[in-house]
Design a protein around this ligand. Structure first.
Ligand code: ADP
Ligand code: MG
Length: 721
């Protein structure tokens, strides 16, 4: 139990007095492992108790603060051990009874005549007003107390008071150790407080304004760490020049032109205007020797895959190789099938490389890549970071980028071409998550963006409905109605079986945990749902199968194949199908315990249907009736636009919350809001870069400090994402 001689920012929290291994485990759930993590665990909001009122202004249900004098000795009211301890307080305008349950120590804490501060919620007991379990401290005036109380995101077994106490201990021990990462010029102009004060202000503010002042400083700090840190401490460097790939249309050889025509002819549909625009942006980028660094943003179902494959076809026709990275093998296989169909007859060789690919075949594929016989390779990033060597790799496309850590992406931007030299390649990222431009710049560096807004022609809007229960005939009836027409369905559940943990109900976890408390309805599992379909006799007529992440790769692919071919009618799965799965004949999606998923996840899931010309339905089932849950369900039913939902998501969570960070593979931001603070990020980073340009001591100090803090705050966490 002894505190080691020196506590530093990187010390484990369990080195702090009062934090044992059990508490340490709980804190780890909140992503707090080091002392610095604890300090940057910014309160989600504050309770302001500083507004002093009077006892005669009591109203049922109202929270009040007042100063008064104890007029009766605390006594136990009743014989039982659990009987409350009560006493009266008066403030000259009236008197009120304070009652404490489970707090025998109160009997010795207060005496007649003590001046006290009280905060609590007023309830009426007959005609008598009382306050049960109020906050109560001896104090002659309110100035003696900290009355702005931080409220933290919590997990079971940890209270805001515990966090406050630990932060208090930590702050005393690390005084003078927090490196300053903000240039003097910015500090002056924005009137920012000191590095150490900022943490004091957010955790122990004298006023709400002071807390906001601390948070503002820490937000700047975070954004500088992210913007500058990513650039200087994460990038792998490498040559700035690449060989241009695409020659202008007019100059295409007749052979190349006819191969391109074959590919476009295979499409089977007309590209939308936005798809064409994205493709032409890409083509322009590929024509010059500066490496392309482009982000294609398009809502789910907007047709990003076609753009990716056509870009690779362009590259292949010009005699260069390209890679398409998918986050899962299921998706890689699907992209491979689309590519094969699209490239048929064009003479372009496509290869698929998965973890489960047989060793002999792997060897053959690698040989083909090294010799340049295969010009397009599709696979998961795990496979491609191996010892794969290319003959002439020019383009790397990552689909659904946010599934990869930033680190993996960086690695792939270097081509391993057989020689040991490092070559830059063109880089294209496809994402369905809307990212404002300034934010993209912070995360991805100087990235150009193409947006696909237009939906392919003939698409019907998905109809979304809410059912306030998770078991019931309605669910099976709507399902059967669709299946009867020969269409297919997804059922998504938040966990695999009844013993397994509920799969990370993503970003909403803390809030919902907090709201629902003990009454959390049981989460329906994939296996339970399968059993229900079997019991209802649905599986007899319409074969169903389960799919989840921890299944064997070969099994997963087999299930997917059967679902795509129509042999399996109902796919019961976890969120593994969230990303990219494409079966236009699936027109129905039922999401169980929908309240457990964030809006962006729900929207991604829903994007699996509505991919053909038939009317699709999404049914959200939830027996959770908290206001927050209902509000999200309502938004989902009313709104089908991903960009709009992202905005609403932000509104619902409020600033300072963490939409968007996880999706982009970077650790949670705690003070800054990547959406609303994006302009601020740019100003701050510009200011730092100015200092760097001037050089000298301020520049080198600043660089050192940013390095230290970036490692503490982000770099060490990114490896594990
Ligand atoms: P996402 O942007 O979500 O990756 P996909 O690329 O998977 O979307 O496309 C969704 C579906 O739309 C696929 O079945 C694809 O073949 C089809 N599609 C793509 N572009 C068009 C288009 N211009 N017209 C009609 N259908 C299209
Ligand atoms: Mg896709």
């Amino acid at each position: 139990m002894s505190t080691p001689a020196k506590i530093t920012l990187r010390s484990p929290v369990t080195d702090l007095y009062g934090i044992g291994p059990e508490a340490g485990k709980k804190l780890a759930k909140l992503e707090i492992t080091t002392v610095f993590d604890l300090l940057t665990f910014i309160p989600r909001r504050y309770n302001d108790w500083s507004d002093i009122s009077r006892i005669d202004m009591c109203e049922e249900g109202k929270e009040i603060s007042f100063l008064g004098t104890v007029t009766t000795s605390p006594v136990r009211k009743g014989m039982k051990k659990q009987s409350p301890v009560s006493f009266y307080v008066s403030d000259g305008t009236g008197r009120i009874e304070l009652s404490y349950f489970n707090a025998p120590y109160i009997m010795n804490k207060f005496m007649i005549g003590d001046k006290i501060f009280v905060h609590g919620q007023v309830t009426y007991y007959g005609t008598r007003a009382q306050i049960v379990n109020p906050f109560c401290e001896k104090a002659a005036s309110a100035d003696e107390l900290k009355l702005v109380r931080p409220v933290y995101h919590l997990t079971a077994g940890i209270t805001s008071n515990m966090i406050s106490k630990w932060v208090g201990t930590a702050l005393k021990l690390v005084k003078g150790q927090i490196p300053d990462v903000i240039p003097a010029s910015l500090k002056d102009r924005e009137n920012l407080c000191g590095a150490y004060e900022a943490y004091q202000y957010v955790h122990f503010p004298d006023s709400i304004e002071q807390a906001a002042e601390g948070r503002r400083r820490i937000a700047y700090e975070e954004l500088i760490l992210l913007g500058i840190g990513m650039k200087y401490f994460m990038s792998v460097g490498g040559p700035e020049e690449v060989a241009p790939i695409v020659v202008p249309h007019g100059n295409l050889s007749s052979d190349a032109a006819s191969r391109w025509k074959t590919v476009v002819g295979n499409l089977g549909f007309k590209l939308t205007g936005d798809q064409k625009k994205a493709l032409s942006d890409i083509q322009q980028d590929l024509m010059v020797s500066k490496p392309m660094n482009r982000l294609v943003q398009g809502d789910v179902g907007s047709g990003k895959t076609a753009v990716a494959i056509l870009s690779m076809a362009m590259t292949a026709i010009m005699g260069k190789q390209s890679v398409l990275l998918a986050p899962t093998s299921v998706l890689a296989k699907q992209h491979y099938d689309s590519a094969c169909a699209l490239l048929e007859g064009s003479g372009i060789n496509v290869a698929l490389l998965l973890g489960k690919t047989k060793a002999s075949l792997k060897k053959e594929i690698k040989e083909q890549l090294r010799e340049g016989e295969a010009s397009i390779i599709i696979g998961t990033h795990a496979v491609l970071t191996d010892d794969v060597k290319f003959n002439d790799l020019s383009l790397v496309i990552a689909d659904e980028q946010h599934r990869f850590g930033v680190r993996q992406r960086e690695k792939l931007l270097i081509s391993r071409d057989g020689s040991d030299g490092v070559n830059a390649v063109h880089n294209l990222v496809m994402t369905a998550t809307p990212i404002p431009r300034t934010l993209a710049m912070v995360i991805y560096g100087d990235m150009a963006t193409s947006v696909i807004k237009e939906k392919p022609a003939g698409r019907k809007e998905i109809k979304t409905h809410f059912l306030p229960y998770t078991d019931g005939d309605d669910i099976y009836n709507v399902l059967i109605a669709k299946l009867r027409k020969g269409e297919q369905a997804y059922i998504v559940c938040p966990r695999i079986d009844d013993d397994s943990e509920v799969l990370a109900p993503d970003e909403y976890y803390f809030d919902d945990f907090f709201d629902i408390g003990e009454q959390t309805p049981e989460a329906v599992s994939v296996k339970t749902m399968k059993k229900r379909l079997d019991d209802h006799g649905i599986s007899d007529k319409y074969p169903s199968a389960v799919l989840y992440g921890s299944m064997k790769e070969t099994q997963k692919l087999e299930v997917m194949e059967k679902f795509l071919s129509g042999e399996i009618k109902v796919l019961i799965s976890t969120t593994v199908i969230e990303v990219g799965v494409n079966n236009p004949n699936a027109t129905m999606m039922v999401i169980m315990n929908a309240e457990r998923f964030g809006l962006s996840t729900l929207h991604q899931l829903r994007g699996r249907i509505g991919r053909g010309d038939k009317q699709s339905y999404c049914v959200l089932c939830s027996d959770n009736k908290t206001e927050r849950a209902l509000e999200r369900m309502k938004l989902m039913c009313e709104c089908s636009d991903g960009f709009e939902l992202a905005g609403k998501d932000l509104e619902l969570r409020g600033p300072g919350d963490f939409f968007g960070t996880r999706q982009h593979g970077i650790p949670t931001l705690r003070a800054a809001n990547l959406f609303t603070d994006a302009p601020l990020a740019k100003t701050a980073c510009d200011e730092v870069n100015k200092v760097f340009e001037q050089g000298g001591k301020e520049a080198s100090d600043l660089m050192d400090n940013i390095g230290v803090m970036f490692k503490l705050r982000f770099a060490e966490k990114m490896g594990t994402l």
